[in-house]
Design a protein around this ligand. Structure first.
Ligand code: ARG
Length: 458
């Protein structure tokens, strides 16, 4: 019945049953319960301090809310769809418990600034959690890089063998990406951690509230500066989902590589049994389900970003009920990103590297052809000419079923007399890798220095 509703005053008819279900958000916003209670306790304390409600009320409200918190945590709270959302479920229970004082809690506040507060409180903790998962993944990558410091693999462009690189260098490429993801999260947190409460429904409040005090109680860095913006802005959530989409894109690329590396054709790595599954029909199969699923879930997070962008697009200021649709994409993104990072950190730590297969593949595909060209440049030839010479020698090798290191001095001289005996030592896999010594290169000494730097930063 409308009379049971906290807003029932102006209604004569009860809400249509299906409308109640259709408009309710309690099924998904109940996860904001502790933030809602924390925010309400801070709001009540401020109302008391400002003399807006009696201090006895603050005591009763605080005790009542703490009881409700305990009840919810014990699984003893009955959430009601007819009370629509977490805010009204808690407030109505409070009034039922403590009477008049409970009915004064909502003074100078609206659900519009309340929900904005709750989401920000919730998201800021989750951002910290995501950052911690990113750290764990970076640790696993550094562990793999250090344990396989000397391992050489083929580096690719167009998925064609390009130049030999250290496997550790490849791992550190992902470390760089995940560190930027963490920086994006930290940057997003700055804009999340601002108090919107005090905006009221949209225009501010007639009561002499102290927003800075509430911000201090709730450990916000500051308060929002415009009441309309406070209740209608969700760009902080969009920013989080964007940063998450980029993060998932990194995980998805890594997933793709792990899937390729796990094939019988590549056999570069073995993912541990605990992270793979078998086939119900083909007994030989060991499928890389975890990276496949993470790759798949990336689509889901991109979808969440599109969903929320589309919800927000063209909404007039200030609050619109459309915005209740912010929560599911946001929550789903949080769950997906945390789950994906957690499983990746563990999977990467347990991954086994097949040193011989990586090295064998690195030696194929004329991966040191650039080194021959660079060798000729050091002997005085212009790079374009050197490129031509080496191109011809590769064509010769292909038609004679040889590799560059197999060529005799005589054969080399057929391409250029500038080539001497020292060519052989210049085009080993180690020589190729270790010659790339400038900052950012794959040389062993450079990669070791990068690992030391990254570990010192951790
Ligand atoms: N459940 C609502 C939401 O998540 C809370 C805000 C409702 N405000 C309103 N004016 N109906 O958006």
């Amino acid at each position: 019945m409308s009379k049971d509703k906290l807003w029932g005053g102006r209604f004569a008819q009860p809400t249509n049953k299906f409308v109640e279900e259709f408009t309710a958000s309690i099924d998904f916003d109940k996860r904001l319960y502790s933030q809602d209670i924390r925010g309400s306790i801070a709001h009540a304390s401020m109302l008391g301090k400002q003399g807006i409600i009696p201090s006895d009320d603050v005591v009763a409200i605080t005790a009542g809310l703490k009881e409700i918190l305990a009840q919810i945590e014990a699984g003893e709270f009955d959430f009601s769809v007819s009370l629509e959302d977490i805010h009204m479920n808690i407030e109505s229970r409070l009034s039922a418990k403590i009477g008049e004082a409970g009915k004064r809690l909502h003074t100078g506040r609206s659900r519009n600034d309340q929900v904005a507060l709750d989401i920000r409180l919730y998201l800021r903790d989750e951002i910290v959690a995501v950052a911690a998962y990113l750290d764990a993944l970076v640790d696993s990558l550094l562990f793999q890089a250090e344990s396989n410091i000397n391992v050489i693999m083929p580096g690719y462009t167009h998925l064609q063998t390009a130049q030999p690189i250290l496997f550790s260098h490849h791992m550190l490429a992902y470390v760089e990406m995940f560190k930027r993801d963490k920086a994006r999260m930290a940057d997003c947190l700055k804009r999340v951690n601002v108090l919107p409460l005090g905006a009221g429904a949209l225009a501010g409040t007639t009561f002499p509230i102290d927003r800075e005090y509430v911000a201090e109680l709730l450990e916000f860095d500051g308060v929002t500066r415009n009441s309309l913006d406070s209740v209608s802005d969700r760009d902080f959530a969009l920013e989080f989902i964007s940063a998450s989409s980029i993060l998932m894109m990194h995980l998805s690329r890594f997933s793709e590589e792990l899937i390729i590396w796990s094939t019988s054709e590549f056999k570069f790595v073995d993912l541990s049994d605990g992270f793979c599954t078998g086939s119900s029909i083909m007994p030989q199969k060991k499928n890389p389900d975890v990276p496949e699923l993470v790759r798949g879930k990336t689509g889901r997070v991109y979808g969440n970003l599109m969903a929320l962008l589309t919800v927000m697009k063209a909404l007039p200021l200030a609050y619109n009920k459309d915005m209740q649709e912010d929560k599911e994409p946001l929550f789903d993104t949080i769950d997906t990103v945390k789950g994906s990072l957690k499983i990746f950190a563990d999977m990467i730590r347990e991954m086994k590297v097949n040193v011989a297969n990586m090295r064998g593949a690195a030696a194929k595909g004329f991966s040191t052809a650039t080194d021959v060209a660079d060798y000729l440049v050091r002997k005085g030839m212009a790079f374009r000419d050197a490129h031509e010479v080496v191109g011809k020698s590769v064509a010769y090798c292909l038609s004679h079923n040889k590799d560059l290191p197999d060529l005799t001095m005589e054969e080399w001289h057929g391409f250029s007399t500038m080539i001497g005996e020292d060519i052989y030592d210049s085009i080993t896999l180690e020589a190729s890798v270790n010659a790339r010594r400038a900052t950012g290169g794959t040389a062993l000494e450079r990669v070791k220095a990068e690992i030391a730097r990254l570990k010192a930063e951790r």
